[in-house]
Design a protein around this ligand. Structure first.
Ligand code: NAD
Length: 368
């Protein structure tokens, strides 16, 4: 079955890393039977420069119609002075997430054996680390009303945000997390703050109700403060973590640093039917844009997540992930992950190496 993928390269290093991910997908199409068609559109600052809006209607319509979106990164100093709603991240990424109803954010934190030394924690704590954080993305305190900065009768200003979750919102993210856990080692930790926040008392109740449909999954609950501590103390105790929008925002950044470089980590944002937007967790890195310094592996691994989660092609995803492991094994490193004794390569050399490693899998008949 042919799949239709929309490519939004964006700004800064976005187009550079996207070119490498496209090379990899082209190789799978040419040599490994992948059947996809790729369309391209503008988003972010590039779209603003071209047509005065960071998310043109044509881009939105294409995103709504396709099977999956591959997203580079948007933003940069050039557009920082624009009104908030026209700034690339706020004006392109956030509306895309809400228009496509992408309520589930999957962020792996994985330490490759070859990059253990790049972590800020001791090697024995992170070696073999493989966590998936499932963050609720379209509800909770980042979206609920009332919100704003008001002036009280006393004349004092009051900042207000509201933590609100419906049963439906909690149940659908819980189902996603249980399904992810079923595909892994069947262990799920739900993180809340039920000792203080009523909305997360409900969170815990609904997660427990949902668990009845997944008797094989071992479910644990942790308060968020404890979860943060445990992630640094003994991160390998976790497999899948599910949590609210704000807690997930913070914990997933924390977890990403356990695994070394921001240039290595992909992410997926999924809707109820598995359609998704796939992007590296990093931004557009304007400081290194155009210099061939960007690490394209997070983007390439985002494409692998797309193959696995939206296109239902786990063998193709395995191929890409194995090829990435292989280039790391060969000692090839972009500058962000370079250490003594390894070979420094550019963005495109890294992409070429992944393509070569895919070819070697064919030659060796390596099991994908
Ligand atoms: P950033 O993630 O772009 O960069 C942080 C640091 O990490 C920089 O030193 C950068 O050079 C480095 N880095 C990032 N990706 C890398 C890669 N693939 N290879 C090597 N090094 C890499 O974060 P920032 O500097 O805070 O933001 C820059 C711009 O990106 C801002 O305009 C911000 O709004 C935007 N941004 C966009 C997204 C997105 O599109 N999803 C996310 C975060 C930030």
């Amino acid at each position: 079955m042919s799949h239709n993928v929309l490519v939004l390269a964006g700004d800064g290093i976005g187009p550079e890393i996207m070119a490498e991910a496209e090379k990899v997908l082209a190789c799978l199409t040419r040599d490994h039977g992948l059947d996809i068609s790729m369309d391209h559109a503008l988003a972010g600052g590039a779209a603003y420069d071209d047509c005065g809006t960071p998310l043109p209607e044509e881009t939105l319509q294409k995103a709504l119609a396709c099977d999956a979106v591959l997203f580079g990164a948007v933003g940069g100093p050039k557009w920082d002075g624009l009104p908030r709603e026209l700034r690339p991240e706020r004006g392109a990424l956030l509306p895309l997430r809400s228009e496509l109803a992408l309520f589930a954010n999957l962020r792996p934190a994985l330490t490759y054996p070859q990059l253990v030394a790049a972590s800020s924690l001791k090697p024995e704590l992170v070696s073999g680390l493989d966590i998936m954080i499932v963050r609720e993305l379209t509800g909770g305190i980042y979206f609920a009303e009332p919100r704003g900065i008001n002036t009280a009768e006393s004349g004092e200003r009051v900042g207000i945000n509201t933590l609100r979750y419906t049963e439906t919102e909690i149940r659908r993210i819980a189902h996603t997390a249980f399904r992810v856990a079923m595909q892994r080692v069947k262990r799920l930790c739900s993180v809340d703050k039920e000792n203080v926040l009523e909305a997360t008392v409900l969170w815990r109740e609904v997660v427990m109700e949902t668990a009845a449909g997944y008797p094989e999954v071992e479910l644990q609950h942790l308060l968020v403060d404890n979860a943060a501590m445990q992630l640094v103390r003994r991160p390998k105790q976790f497999d899948v973590i599910v949590t609210t929008n704000m807690f997930g925002d913070i914990l997933s950044d924390l977890a990403s640093m356990l695994s070394g470089s921001i240039g290595m980590l992909p992410s997926a944002s999924l809707d109820e039917n598995g359609k998704g937007l796939y992007e590296p967790i990093h931004g557009s890195a304007p400081d290194i844009a155009g210099k061939g310094l960007a690490n394209p592996l997070a983007m390439i691994l985002s494409a692998a997540m797309m193959l696995r989660w939206s296109l239902g092609l786990p063998e193709q995803a395995d191929r890409v992930e194995n090829a990435v492991k292989s280039v790391l094994e060969q000692g090839l490193r972009t500058v962000d992950i370079h250490t003594q004794g390894t070979e420094k390569v550019s963005t495109s050399q890294m992409g070429d190496a992944v393509v070569r490693a895919l070819g070697e899998q064919t030659i060796n008949g390596m099991q994908a």
